[in-house]
Design a protein around this ligand. Structure first.
Ligand SMILES: [Ca+2]
Ligand SMILES: [Ca+2]
Length: 86
């Protein structure tokens, strides 16, 4: 199972990732990527421009690591909610 984390390079240059919330992108740790990722492979409808995290990775060492995938892929997603508002 993979889950969207809310980051994309769809709007900028390849590899220029940003959070879909508009928050400042500060996550630049290469070890967060699974082996061979980001691969930006061309799929049926688009390039791989959205980031997911895999719970069933290709290998154990890639558990919890990031993958770029086509943004049109249907899968679960993570929501962020501020508990301190109201
Ligand atoms: Ca990309
Ligand atoms: Ca990929």
């Amino acid at each position: 199972m993979t889950t969207w984390v809310g980051a994309t390079d769809f709007y900028g240059s390849e590899g220029d990732y940003q959070w879909v919330t508009g928050e400042l992108w500060t996550w630049v740790i290469p070890d967060d990527w699974a082996d061979g990722e980001p691969s930006d492979v061309m799929n049926t409808f688009s390039m791989e421009d959205c980031i997911s995290i895999s719970m069933v990775p290709k290998s154990l060492s890639d558990s919890g690591k990031w993958y770029d995938q086509a943004c049109t892929t249907l899968q679960t997603f993570i929501c962020e909610y501020n508990l301190n508002t109201g």
